[in-house]
Design a protein around this ligand. Structure first.
Ligand SMILES: [Zn+2]
Length: 450
């Protein structure tokens, strides 16, 4: 059994953190979560707990990064000099995609996931579409890239949901894949499903889900094939949705409806589905997402970086869509920044403050994200849940003097000191126990960039 003594811990259904909490775990699960001081505390004194690992600062449940493209980490700081928009950025992204193979992707993803661990991320949803070799020729193992990502997560010490993306066409009107995109394609949704079905991830840290890359990349008549694959396996299903107005315009021109309406008509929406971005939905779209309990994964730092716009987060949450968060293009890997951006972006849009409570933002970063990735037993400091812990120091230059309840609005990823995933310590005293993160990132990115 392992015991931790948290100076403050944020317990489920509490509006703010609790002081002096003893947390115990065995076999990767919490077995007891006990406040030691205050009203209903037992008589045990804090001072007698000599065997417990002390966690000074604020301890949170594990953070879930519900939307990642690991290789985009290589683009950080390389696309910011010029003008342009999402589409010019995408051309740079394809250059990196063209250079990766299973070995170089393992190295890059291992370093990227280790950066996530340092930031307190205990579980990542990898929206994976770089499936095949140059020109679209499958590797000897057609799931070699998937296996590299699963192994990378194991080495970095985080859980992974591999969201295997079906990516068949270059545009809503069905233009064929060209250039680097040919590495993404399986031909049709049936063959996509056969390839994914043949893949069993090695290790209990990983599971497989499905993704529709977008309505640009999967023809309307094949959407339900992907949705059925996920439904038959009780697997999460993710889809990029209305990140760009251009996607809405193209969908209306070809199908006479919005992307959300098209997904609804093809049985893609539902409680196991997560729409990523949902930046430009119509009011009717917001209704379709909420009534079907489709989740929405917001990626504010990427949406900001790519000049996408601001989605109607509050309206979507109010209509019934559970929220989760993702660092997507990894311009920033910092779930604190993503969480507060949900509130701060609403302020910019409405010129009013106070749209989301700290607990709502924390839930999106923790239990909401884990649920969107199929791990419904993670993201809470609660008996029976997976033993994930993230401790944030409250004595750094950024967090000194900040009350624990305000940490989400003050802390950064650099303030994370201690991370436990499934009961195992992955980060201690702010250092990853296995990976030299800056050195490995530098080497892995140098290997795949010009
Ligand atoms: Zn994405």
């Amino acid at each position: 059994m392992t015991r931790w003594l948290a100076e403050y811990a944020w317990l489920p259904d509490h509006a703010e953190p609790t002081a002096d909490v003893l947390i115990e775990a065995e076999d990767g699960r919490f077995t007891a979560v006990t406040p030691l001081t205050g009203g209903d505390a037992p008589t045990t004194g804090v001072e007698v707990l000599t065997d417990a690992v002390r966690l000074p600062g604020l301890t949170l449940p594990g953070l879930a990064n519900a939307h990642s493209h690991a290789f985009h980490r290589a683009l950080r700081g390389r696309t910011h000099g010029g003008r342009g928009d999402f589409w010019t950025w995408r051309d740079r992204m394809y250059e990196v995609a063209g250079r990766l193979d299973p070995d170089s992707y393992l190295a890059l993803a291992r370093a990227t996931y280790a950066e996530m661990a340092l930031a307190g991320i205990t579980c990542v949803g990898e929206f994976h579409y770089l499936h095949h070799g140059p020109g679209g020729t499958p590797y000897d193992d057609p799931n070699a890239m998937s296996a590299a990502l699963v192994e990378a997560a194991a080495q970095a010490g985080v859980r992974l949901t591999l969201l295997d993306a079906c990516y068949l066409t270059a545009s809503v009107d069905g233009r064929p894949l060209a250039g680097p995109q040919r590495r993404f394609g399986d031909g049709d949704a049936v063959r996509w499903g056969e390839r994914v079905t043949a893949f069993t991830p090695a290790g209990g840290h990983a599971r497989v889900g499905a993704a529709v890359h977008s309505v640009r990349a999967v023809p309307a008549e094949q959407l339900s094939t992907v949705a059925r694959w996920a439904r038959d396996r009780d697997a999460p299903l993710h889809v990029h949705l209305s990140e760009q107005p251009a996607e809405n315009d193209a969908c209306r021109a070809v199908h006479g409806c919005t992307p959300t309406r098209l997904l609804a008509d093809r049985q893609v929406l539902g409680p196991a589905t997560t729409a990523v971005h949902a930046t430009h939905p119509t009011s009717a779209d917001v209704g379709l997402l909420g009534e079907s309990r489709t989740g929405v994964c917001l990626c504010p730092t990427t949406e900001r970086d790519l000049a996408d716009g601001i989605g109607p987060a509050r309206r979507m949450a109010d209509t019934g869509s559970p929220l989760s968060l993702g660092s997507d293009s990894h311009a920033v890997i910092d779930l604190f920044e993503e969480a507060r951006a949900v509130e701060l972006d609403e302020r910019l849009r409405t010129r009013r403050r106070g749209h989301f409570s700290p607990v709502e933002l924390l839930t999106a970063a923790t239990a909401g994200g884990h649920a969107a990735l199929g791990w419904t037993d993670a993201g809470r400091l609660a008996v029976g849940d997976r033993a994930d812990l993230v401790t944030v120091r409250l004595d750094s230059a950024r967090t000194a003097g900040v009350p624990p309840v305000g940490a989400l609005f003050a802390a950064t990823a650099a303030d994370v000191t201690h991370v436990v995933v499934d009961g195992r310590t992955v980060v201690a005293e702010g250092r990853h126990r296995v990976v030299d993160v800056p050195a490995e990132l530098g080497a892995a990115i140098a290997a795949v960039t010009p």
